[in-house]
Design a protein around this ligand. Structure first.
Ligand code: PLP
Length: 394
């Protein structure tokens, strides 16, 4: 094997307006370049405490069991699903997007049976359908996706879903990957037993330390399991030795990612969580006004529009590559195409965390309009840009 000739790392400058990761705040990047300490150093133990306190603030919860899971969002997702699902459990999962399917796959691997409550892709679950599915299947757990990144649909009426589950003595797992830190989310008030998330979306961190919170009822189920969790790495009864009072070794924490998360969460706390939700709604609202005034349509209905992820229907005769490639190559802006059932039908434009700023949305709407005009789409780029400007002035 010859010695490879590899040059210095020089990633291009991008504006990240896709489904994640989002742009990282310079303070977070600086935190990542600070010196390493050991994962059991008393100084790191204090950092762990800070992160847990800040995560409770952002999740709006008093749950003692609030931690960053080592790995990306799928790791905290699997930690939630694998620990809560005992072999033989029935888990009701959403059929209205890509990530409900991933949840089902994780349930099956944990030895449970996944059953679906259906809604069209791009629409939320209807509480009446969830209630009917409870009568039909008597599930032990309800999983739902609060912010479906594949369709741009928000799940409203969360308290109604959790009430139905609790009336049937079931636990509720919420996927808050694309909502935490960007869209109103109140874990305790809304009766969510377990919520998992990721840090590269509305928290604007590099991926690697993924928030998870469980209430006592959920943790009682985990600690009282008859069979051990099939994953050693994600077994919360073992992880509690590190993230609980003992602070004993389980695995080496991704220290730099924990630094990054601490700084990103500090930025959320400085801004104020409610102000941050409001900023996402305002800035993404200007994006939405721009694309709609240009002549495009958002895929989801106004009532369940998701500010952090805008799924825009492609105009007739235009493919997603016609838009995605020039935006990246000529404007340095990353957006994405559709996933699963919406593949080829929509563009997915994120408006998350540090990327959710007026100047970014103006750049995006301007570049999108001119790119679409260049490929002959029937849009009015100037009208779009003017609408975004007007919305941002309000
Ligand atoms: N759930 C949702 C709603 C997501 O959008 C994603 C990622 O985009 C995940 C789960 C999985 O997260 P990750 O890709 O960080 O593993």
């Amino acid at each position: 094997m010859e010695r490879p000739e590899v040059g210095e790392l020089a990633p291009p400058d991008r504006l990240l307006m896709g489904p994640g990761p989002s742009d990282v705040h310079p303070r977070v990047l600086r935190a990542m370049s600070t010196t390493l300490v050991g994962h059991l150093d008393p100084a790191f133990v204090e950092i762990m405490d800070d992160v847990q306190d800040l995560l409770r603030y952002v999740f709006r919860t008093d749950n003692q069991w609030t931690i960053p899971v080592s790995g990306t969002g799928s790791a905290s997702m699997e930690a939630a699903v694998a620990n809560l699902t005992e072999p033989g459990d029935t888990v009701l999962v959403p059929g209205n997007g890509y990530f409900g399917e991933r949840m089902a796959a994780m349930v099956e691997r944990a030895g449970g049976e996944a059953v679906f409550v259906e809604a069209p892709w791009g629409e939320p679950l209807d509480p009446a359908d969830v209630a009917a599915a409870f009568d039909q299947y008597q599930p032990d757990i309800l999983g739902f996706v609060h912010a479906e990144t594949s369709t741009g649909a928000l799940q409203p009426q969360v308290s109604e879903l959790t009430s139905i589950a609790h009336e049937h003595d079931a636990l509720v797992i919420a996927d808050t990957v694309t909502s935490l830190g960007g869209v109103e989310l109140r874990v305790d008030e809304w009766g969510i037993d377990v919520a998992y998330s990721a840090d590269q979306k509305c928290l604007s961190c590099p991926p690697g330390a993924s928030p998870l919170t469980l209430n006592d009822r959920a943790m009682d189920k985990v600690l009282g399991r008859e069979t051990p969790v099939r994953s050693w790495y994600l077994d919360l009864s073992l992880l509690q030795e590190y993230w609980g009072d003992e602070r004993a070794y389980h695995h080496t924490a991704p220290i730099t990612n924990v630094y990054a998360l601490r700084e990103a969460l500090r930025l959320v706390a400085e801004e104020g969580i409610e102000n941050r939700w409001e900023r996402h709604t305002r800035v993404a609202g200007a994006l939405k006004a721009g694309v709609e005034s240009m002549g495009l349509e958002l895929n989801p209905d106004e009532d369940w529009w998701l500010p952090s992820l805008n799924a825009v229907r492609l105009p007739a005769g235009v493919s997603d590559d016609d838009v995605i490639e020039p935006l990246l190559d000529e404007h340095g802006i990353e957006i994405a195409g559709g996933l699963g059932a919406l593949s080829g039908d929509v563009l997915r434009i994120g408006c998350m965390g540090h990327s959710a700023r007026a100047e970014n949305v103006l750049a995006l709407v301007g570049a999108l309009g001119s790119t679409l005009e260049d490929v002959g789409a029937d849009v009015n780029a100037d009208a779009g840009l003017n609408a975004t400007r007007r919305a941002l002035r309000r």
